[in-house]
Design a protein around this ligand. Structure first.
Ligand code: PGA
Ligand code: ZN
Length: 432
């Protein structure tokens, strides 16, 4: 046993931002250093993601994770003892082999990702490095451009509106800190405007204001008013970013916008969104069409891909092979990276590298079910992803991550802000 080999792996049940159980793993090494990793949880999941193991039944809404904890205790821990934690790839391959299913359903994506992340943290601790520096090795790093939600929607707000995330980006900011400050003004202005119209009804799952709107377009109009209300010029200083999460309301080329009481085919939704892209200062749009509508995505990307970032989330599920294929078929021009969608740190890193190789935009993302864990911020910096999506600007599971970005920016010094340099090569925004 060397000083960086794994001496023990433990798991415990902790609770996420929705008050649901989740898995925390703790890996301790031969030299006594240790690391913890926590599984986040999605609510609008792609059908090809790693599958979490949940107990089912009446207790805790079926969300308990005793079986996943059992996977760690009975299968993973004995198999990893003695393994070198610095060899992340080796540990992840072992986890994948132990599970043996393409979806990680046997041991549970939640069990596997928690152990993979805990191993990563333990290796960084062993090397006595902050996680971002451990991940960067000697490669260049930047502070990512944040994508921050102002209004929540879709599956994160009881489907009150169909659009899932109405967000802003501040590409012209001089620093990560300034991007946050400008976003804070927009978030506060949005709250004031909602209060003035008697529509302030709390926040959705990721901390964005509750979407008490009569139509999807009214939400977009309100976002523009909030940017103006904060004293900024929409499209110049502050731009709009949307996550349509279309797989949540569409399948087989049929889409149903519940709020607008409209049924649309793929072309119809495409046209509606293209109209929004013309009328509103939209810089980025995620999952505009459903995960099973590659043709629709290609049509949409052909229409806007030279100026707008088109992100695949449910469509790519943090899978390098899917990213390669998307690059060949021009279905999207950016990849969202969620470690628990892939199930291991190494697979997520591979999906991100595939995105970079394709000239895609690369965005490290949180889930709607989160915790105080700030590892994704370190990944965005250390992997030089250049964009970061964490949810809104309230609720401490979100703010912990933005605040960690501030600390990293302070450690790195000025002039490290990515701005638009990580946007898809096709959009021509990249210069600089
Ligand atoms: P989630 O969705 O609820 O599955 O985390 C977030 C997203 O669609 O980006
Ligand atoms: Zn999404």
């Amino acid at each position: 046993m060397t000083s960086s080999s794994i001496a023990s792996v433990r798991a415990r049940r902790i609770w996420d931002s929705r008050g649901r159980p989740t898995v925390e793993a703790e890996v301790t090494l031969g030299d006594g250093t240790s690391g913890r990793g926590i599984a986040p949880a999605g609510a609008s999941r792609g059908s090809n993601e790693a599958i979490d193991r949940r107990d089912g039944g009446p207790r805790l809404g079926g969300y308990d994770v005793q079986e996943a904890l059992g996977s760690v205790r009975d299968v993973i821990a004995p198999a990893l003892e003695g393994w070198d934690a610095v060899d992340q790839q080796g540990v992840d391959e072992r986890l994948i082999a132990l599970d043996g299913t393409p979806t990680k359903a046997k041991l549970g994506g939640n069990a596997i990702v928690a152990v993979s992340l805990a191993t990563l943290h333990a290796a960084a601790a062993h090397r006595n490095l902050p996680l971002w520096r451990h991940l960067a090795q000697d490669n260049p790093v930047t502070l990512p451009l944040p994508e921050i939600q102002i209004f929540g929607g879709g599956a994160h707000a009881g489907r009150r509106i169909d659009i899932q995330d109405l967000m802003v980006m501040v590409p012209g900011a001089r620093s990560f800190a300034q991007a946050l400050e400008i976003t804070a003004e927009v978030y506060l202005a949005a709250g004031r405007l909602m209060a003035e119209r008697g529509a302030l009804q709390g926040v959705a799952d990721e901390g964005g204001w509750w979407p008490a709107f009569a139509s999807n377009e009214e939400a977009l109009e309100m976002l523009v008013r909030a940017i103006e209300g904060a004293g900024f010029t929409p499209g110049e200083e502050v731009a709009i970013s949307l996550d349509i999460a279309a797989s949540e309301f569409g399948k087989g080329g049929r889409y149903t916008l519940g709020l607008d009481r409209r049924a649309l085919d793929s072309d119809g939704l495409c046209e509606l969104l293209l109209g929004w892209c013309d009328r509103f200062p939209i810089l980025s749009i995620e999952d505009p069409l459903a995960e099973d509508d590659a043709e629709g995505l290609a049509r949409f990307t052909r229409a806007v891909g030279s100026r707008i970032q088109v992100i695949g989330d449910d469509f790519l599920v943090t899978d390098g092979a899917r990213v390669d294929r998307a690059a060949r078929e021009d279905t999207v021009n950016a990849v969202l990276v969620k470690v628990n969608q892939a199930g291991t740190v190494s697979e997520a890193a591979a999906a991100l590298e595939a995105g970079k190789a394709a000239g895609f935009g690369t965005i490290v993302s949180a889930r709607s079910g989160e915790t105080e864990d700030v590892a994704i911020v370190h990944m965005a910096v250390g992997w030089n992803a250049r964009q970061l999506k964490v949810g809104s600007f309230s609720r401490s599971e979100r703010m912990a991550k933005w605040n960690e970005g501030l600390r990293i920016e302070e450690a790195l010094g000025d002039n490290m802000f990515a701005g638009l340099t990580g946007f898809p090569a096709s959009t021509g925004h990249r210069a600089g």
